[in-house]
Design a protein around this ligand. Sequence first.
Ligand SMILES: Cc1ncc(COP(=O)(O)O)c(C=O)c1O
Length: 483
Amino acid sequence: MQELIDRIRSWEAKSQVLEPEQEVRNKTLSRVSNYANAFLNTLPEAKTFVSSEEMSDRFDITGRPHSIEEILNIYRKEIAEKGINAASGGHLGYIPGGGIYASALGDFLADVTNEYAGIFYASPGAVALETALIDWIKTLFSYPSGAVGNLASGGSIANLIALAAARDKHRIKGDKIKKSVVYLSAQTHHCVTKALRIIGLEDLLLRTLPIDSHFRIRPEALTETIAKDRELGLNPFLVIGSAGTTDTGAVDPLFEIGTICQQENLWFHVDAAYGGFFILAESAKHLFKGIELSDSLVVDPHKGLFLPYGIGAVLVKDREAVFHSNRAGADYMQDAFREDLPVNPADLGPELTKHFRGMRMWLPLQLYGTEPFAACLEEKLDLTRYLRIKLADLGFSLGPEPDLSVTYFWMDRGTESDAFNQHLLKLIHDDGSSYFSSTRVEGKFVIRSAILSFRTRISSVDSAIALISDCLVKTQKHFEKIS
Ligand SMILES: Cc1ncc(COP(=O)(O)O)c(C=O)c1O
């Protein structure tokens, strides 16, 4: 026995480093905090994009301990200084996230206390807090109090949860799959079709609906297509609307689509992952009229609330449908899974053990209130208008006025337009002080701007315009030389 006790004590001594004393904790924390401050203080001058195609080998697990200084050094050189600097206000590509500092502090608390946020019994406080956040989102979108919601890791998983619920509500399985029809548009985010594949609906029929000149679904086309499909003996069951398309910032006519779905008894899902929080902006509220008619919706706090990556929310009106996909019991969970307790987040999504993501959202909302978020979103809409005016002054052609903060532009050079704009974007990327991405619209290569970072200010747009202007002159010279 004594031998066993001695051995246990020796293991304890060897692993004691995992529980540092307060003095060591403070020292390490101050190093990390100093690093974060240096990063944030130099962010305005830092590159937004540094192309790097090599895979670093500096992360190898050698088994030996390293100092925090050594680790932070690797972090800076191999992570923070490579690729897209997603914390930078110069990030105008893809859908910029945010990274407000208060969220990092929320994560810090959630991680130190290590709340088990999937189960009410384990962490009633964490679950109550996340439920309060879901209730707030329900109020924003005029969802009924009986709806359920979940804080997932992002928009893709949030969409997947909603689509699984739609599948289970309409019992799309077996032979029924091949006859079932989903309606969407060419602007629908690709995570939707990916989710349909993941949930076993690869073989159903997809109808890509026509869109108007502003990239919004034409609702009359929806009615016609449903009627044709019913005549063919098919089973229409799901319509996907977007409130903020990724490519063009368009909001589909939600009221019209929602009304058709109610008449036709179809599940109406709205992907508002990018655009949803613009409902906080007074000037954009009207665009969301009819979103309350949807059966499910997705909205990403790591986009429109400027939180760090890793949080997307889903709301679903029919809780039984969500339970059908996600509720499962086990003997070892008998203490925790009790009918008399509030609903567990684990019953509303695929995760059992769940990061306490609510804390990164709740802390900033409580600390600042909602007004600064609304103001920041209004600012993004106005900055998009400002950017478009500046681009037009430089001679660029512009896509149609977007509903939200994503827009696109190109220099019209006839048959050499694609090559010209590709060259221009390459020069912008090589410089890296601002970052834009590209897409294709009706087959044409265009440069795409998405203003959503809370750090994108008028000065960021002015710098981006100066960079574009400089690269434009160089591109023109390059094309003069080769023609
Ligand atoms: C409209 C839309 N839906 C879904 C997604 C996917 O979200 P996530 O990248 O958080 O998984 C995105 C991402 O940009 C999006 O813009």
